[in-house]
Design a protein around this ligand. Structure first.
Ligand code: SER
Length: 388
């Protein structure tokens, strides 16, 4: 099943159960929002989880592109991507957690054909403030799914304040052997779907107050599920990377970890540019700048003449189409090339500066400050130039 089929199956399943599809929002949260990018499907729905009536009603379904920089260092492993898609379903003060889990289990097993014996779930054991999530526990026991109880792993919030609650996570076995152990003890159990019982709101002072309505927020990582359904061991091998894997290695032969970084960051950059961000030294633009400069650092390490100008059009259009962005690839390419030129000039200036006698010995903090404040050379760039 390719990702488009998974999306269709998911959305139709929930539409048949009275959910209305919300148009997926961009990666850019509305102005005034404290976070730089949308990090989960629920993010744009926060006001409605806090109690505001949603114009489409109490049952919603969505496909939302998300960007997480917290996972940037983990990019390159088998399960993390910077930009990914989250399929989500919501009950806004309508049905409760057990109904959501029951539908979730049926969709995975009957709708998507997953062998039920490859599933394991986690449920909140509770703490002094909130008791154990007995409703979820009972549902899973009725359905014969093995359960692991945890405290911290089964609490979800989108930040220090705001809506939050206990969650129940569904894991799928990815190993070559029959399933063994439990999700917290064996990482071959891959988390695919999180169901959050949004019942509380965390205030500035850390206390919890009940939300005016009890909601359910679920999020399923599309690429992770696609890779498991397609029998692949890494998200970089699922169908959305097919043209990238076919076209990039002949262009730039790279080892697998470098290739994964280049694929992830370039694909993410195309989407971020498609949502209207331009490289800069602050905020969203800085994240884009970092993504592109990490790509260029890797590409130029082996061969300084490599250029993003060689990136085939097919990759730009495939990515923009996949994320349903109505943007001409011809608008994206100049942004990438402009940043490449700026970075190239900065590298050249850095090399000249670092050749000065003053910088021949070990660099002190004041050297880094001077290079950054007077010449715009970030510390990590200086360090990588010193390694050349
Ligand atoms: N908000 C939860 C998550 O991002 C479920 O959608 O995992």
């Amino acid at each position: 099943m390719n990702t488009e089929q998974i999306v269709r199956t998911f959305v139709e399943y929930f539409e048949e159960r009275g959910h209305r599809r919300v148009t997926g929002s961009t990666l850019l949260p509305p102005s005034g929002d404290p976070v730089l990018f949308t990090t989960s499907g629920m993010h744009p729905l926060t006001p409605y989880l806090l109690g505001r009536p949603h114009p489409l009603g109490r049952r919603l379904v969505n496909v939302q592109r998300c960007l997480r920089t917290t996972d940037l260092e983990e990019v390159g492993d088998d399960t993390h991507l910077t930009v990914f898609e989250m399929l989500g379903s919501w009950s806004l003060g309508d049905y409760e957690g057990p109904q959501s889990l029951d539908w979730g289990h049926r969709l995975l097993t009957e709708g998507l054909g997953i062998d039920p014996s490859l599933l394991y779930v986690t449920v909140s054991a509770g703490d002094q403030q909130t008791g154990p999530d007995t409703d979820s526990l009972r549902l899973w026991q009725e359905r014969g799914v093995p359960v692991e109880l945890t405290v911290e792993d089964n609490w979800w919030s989108n930040g220090p304040v705001g809506p939050c609650g206990p969650d129940s996570e569904i894991f799928l076995w990815s190993g070559d052997t029959p399933p063994r152990s439990t999700p917290t003890r064996d990482d071959r159990w891959v988390e695919v779907w999180n169901h959050v019982m949004m019942r509380h709101r965390r205030l500035e002072d850390g206390s919890l107050v009940p939300l005016p309505q009890r909601s359910v927020d679920t999020g399923l990582g599309l690429e992770r599920l696609a890779c498991l359904l397609q029998g692949k061991s890494s998200v970089f091998d699922c169908d959305v990377f097919e043209p990238w894997r076919r076209l990039v290695p002949p262009l730039w032969p790279l080892d697998e970890p470098s290739l994964r970084l280049v694929l992830d960051h370039l694909r993410s950059s195309v989407v971020v540019v498609g949502d209207g961000v331009r490289p800069s030294n602050t905020g969203q633009g800085y994240v884009l700048r970092r993504l592109l400069r990490r790509v260029l650092t890797v590409l130029w390490r082996d061969e300084p003449s490599r250029t993003l100008g060689d990136l085939p059009d097919e990759l730009l259009s495939h990515t923009l189409d996949h994320f349903r962005q109505d943007v001409d690839p011809a608008e994206v390419r100049p942004v990438l090339l402009d940043e490449e030129r700026r970075f190239g000039r900065l590298m050249e200036r850095g090399r000249q500066l670092l050749a000065r006698p003053r910088f021949q010995g070990p660099l002190r903090d004041e050297d880094f400050h001077y290079l950054h404040d007077t010449h715009g050379l970030p510390r990590d760039l200086v360090l990588s130039l010193r390694e050349e």
